[in-house]
Design a protein around this ligand. Structure first.
Ligand SMILES: [Zn+2]
Ligand SMILES: [Zn+2]
Length: 276
C-alpha cells in the first residue's frame, strides 16, 4: 500500500506525509509545531505515527519546523550532509536526531527504500526523492523546488506509481506579474522553480502504464492558478498517452485528501479527509 497526503504546499510551508506497508515518513516540515500537529489532525493523523522526517533542502518553507519537531516527537531527520550542515547553522539549529543520506546506494527509512538525486536550486543542496515501499514495490517520487530538470532525474523517476511534483508558476503570469525584476529572475532562472510547462514535460517523461496519479505542488499564489497548472499538466500527460483523470493541485492553506496507489493495476482514490 502507498498513500500520499500533502499536508500543505507552497512558499509558506511544505509537508508531505507518505504511508507505506510498514511505516510512515514525512517529507519536509515547513510549518511550526502547532500548525504541523493541526494539519496532521485535519488528516486524521498524529505525529507519533511518523517514523522519520526526510528533508528535500534547508529553506524555511521546507525545514522551519524540523529541529523543533525532532525534539518534540523524536523524529530522526534524514537529509543530505550539506542540508544538515545548513540547518545546523540556521536559527532553528541542528535537529536532536539526524542522519545524513548515504552518498551511494539507497537508504532504508520507515519501510521504504529511499533514492535521492540532486536538483538545481539556490539551496546548499536540494534533493529529489523516490520512496519505494519495500513490501509492495510501489514507488512515489517527490520533486520540490527545482530550477530545471537535470539529466539524471527522469531516469530516477521511472516506474513511479505516484508523483508529487512542483508546478510553481505560469511563465507569462510571472513575467507580467508584480514581482520585482530580481525575484522574477531568481524564480525563472536555472536555480529557482519549475514552471507549469517544465513540470508537464518532466511528468510526460515519467508516463508508463503503472503511473496512477500526479499531485502538483508548490503552486505560486501570485504567479499561477490551480486551473492553469492542472490544464497544462493534463495537456502534457495526454500528449504522452496518459489519460487518467488523476491529477490534483495541492493547496497551501489546508491538507489535500490522501491519494492512494495500491499497486500497478489498482485505481487511485482520493479519499475524503476526516475533519475533526
Ligand atoms: Zn520551497
Ligand atoms: Zn527552496
Amino acid at each position: 500500500m502507498l498513500r500520499v497526503t500533502v499536508l500543505g504546499s507552497g512558499s509558506r510551508g511544505n509537508a508531505v506525509l507518505i504511508d507505506g506497508s510498514d511505516g510512515s515518513v514525512l517529507v519536509d516540515a515547513g510549518f511550526g509545531l502547532r500548525a504541523l500537529r493541526r494539519r496532521l489532525q485535519m488528516a486524521g493523523r498524529h505525529p507519533e505515527e511518523i517514523e522519520a522526517l526526510v528533508l528535500t533542502h534547508e529553506h524555511l518553507d521546507h525545514a522551519s519546523g524540523a529541529a523543533a519537531a525532532s525534539a518534540r516527537w523524536g523524529w530522526p531527520v534524514h537529509a543530505s550532509a550539506d542540508t544538515l550542515a545548513a540547518l545546523a547553522s540556521s536559527e532553528g539549529g541542528a535537529p536532536a536526531r539526524s542522519q545524513a543520506f548515504t552518498p551511494a546506494g539507497p537508504t532504508v527509512i520507515g519501510g521504504f527504500q529511499l533514492e535521492h538525486g540532486g536538483v538545481p536550486h539556490d539551496a546548499a543542496d536540494c534533493r529529489a526523492l523516490v520512496f519505494t515501499d519495500t513490501r509492495s514495490g510501489a514507488r512515489v517520487g517527490v520533486v520540490l523546488d527545482a530550477g530545471h530538470v537535470p539529466d539524471g532525474l527522469p531516469a530516477m523517476l521511472s516506474r513511479l506509481d505516484l508523483l508529487v511534483l512542483e508546478s510553481n508558476h505560469d511563465a507569462d503570469m510571472l513575467a507580467h506579474g508584480p514581482y520585482p525584476w530580481m525575484l522574477k529572475r531568481r524564480i525563472s532562472g536555472g536555480s529557482g522553480h519549475l514552471s507549469n510547462v517544465a513540470a508537464a514535460a518532466l511528468a510526460a517523461g515519467c508516463v508508463h502504464r503503472g503511473l496512477q496519479g500526479v499531485m502538483l505542488a508548490h503552486l505560486s499564489e501570485t504567479n499561477n492558478t490551480p486551473a492553469m497548472a492542472l490544464a497544462c499538466m493534463r495537456d502534457g500527460l495526454r500528449r504522452a498517452g496518459w489519460c487518467r483523470d488523476a491529477i490534483w493541485a495541492s493547496p497551501q492553506r489546508e491538507p489535500h485528501a490522501p491519494v492512494t496507489a495500491a499497486g500497478a493495476t489498482a485505481p487511485v482514490t482520493a479519499a475524503q479527509l476526516s475533519l475533526f
